[in-house]
Design a protein around this ligand. Structure first.
Ligand code: SF4
Length: 290
């Protein structure tokens, strides 16, 4: 059984910078992170072990530290201002590419376009962008397009972790809507995510017959990497750690491709790789009856 690692995978610079900031010894036992810093359970455990407290946005009233951190996914200006008004010192780890998305969404609105964000309305990044706009629509699939009735100038951006093909499909649908006269689309999918998506296409071009995608079960970009593989008719499994692997998935496989979402640490990737190599070796022994 051949095993190929994707050319680009795992933790992106935005997530890594945010983790490094939270793990700074200066913050030990003194920092509260609002929202999931990364969608990865192992990294979250490391942060908790370093005394970093992680809370959800509806738990802000329970903060006991002076230092509060906004995650790589960002937040609306009003969220930051509310925290500062309550006396907290806000450390902003928003990824520069998420800041770019915020700026471009506001730019389109200033230019007179009705802003559309292609993404998941419940995702923290999208909620932050929406919170900075006076009016907008989040579109995740075609059913959401009915919210555009009455708008003729539409400016479109995307959640940074989206699939380009999906966003382009929705942009084309918006252009074709009756009454829509002017559409401006700015591609805000981030380059690290595109690199990971391109690396999947490379794996598929090498005829993998099984994909293993490593990342937190709540990681949107990890789920999208798995969909990319499944859409090509190739079996794929989303796992969080090596212990989630099932030997039966590998029976009779010729070529396994491994990839990982943008929050998955290198040590988790290496342990999964080692476990799959061990499964492949065990199969060879079975096949040869030794
Ligand atoms: S996925 Fe992209 S936008 Fe999000 S933190 Fe990583 S580099 Fe930044």
């Amino acid at each position: 059984m051949r095993i190929t690692l994707a050319q680009a995978m795992g933790t992106c610079f935005g997530v890594q910078d945010a983790i490094d900031m939270a793990l700074d010894p200066e913050f030990r036992d003194r920092l509260t992170v609002v929202g999931q810093l990364v969608h990865n359970p192992q990294t979250m455990e490391r942060l908790k072990a370093n005394g970093v407290r992680i809370i959800e946005r509806d738990q802000i009233a329970t903060i006991t530290t002076k230092a509060v951190m906004i995650t790589a996914h960002g937040a609306s200006d009003s969220t930051k201002q509310d925290l500062e008004a309550q006396g907290y010192t806000v450390y902003d780890a928003t990824c520069p590419l998420v800041i770019r998305l915020h700026k471009l969404a506001r730019f389109l609105q200033r230019q007179g376009y009705f802003p559309v964000i292609v993404g998941e309305a419940s995702h923290v990044e999208v909620r932050g962008v929406v919170g900075n706009l006076s009016d907008s629509l989040v579109v995740n699939d075609e059913e959401d397009l009915s919210g555009l009735v009455g708008h003729s100038r539409i400016g479109i951006v995307s959640q940074t972790t989206n699939r380009l093909e999906k966003v382009q499909r929705i942009v084309a649908k918006i252009r074709a809507l009756p009454g829509v006269e002017d559409v401006r689309f700015i591609d805000t999918i981030c380059e690290p995510v595109k690199e990971r998506q391109r690396a999947i296409h490379d794996l598929l071009a090498q005829d993998i017959d099984l994909g293993i995608v490593i990342g937190g079960s709540n990681s949107a970009n990890t789920r999208k990497l798995m969909e990319l593989i499944r859409d090509k008719g190739v079996e794929a499994h989303h796992i969080e750690r090596a212990e989630d692997l099932e030997a039966a998935w590998f029976a009779g496989r010729q070529h396994v491709g491994i990839t990982a979402g943008t929050s998955t640490p290198q040590d988790v990737i290496e342990s999964v790789h080692a476990a799959i190599r061990a499964l492949g070796a065990a199969q060879r022994i079975d096949q040869h009856g030794r």
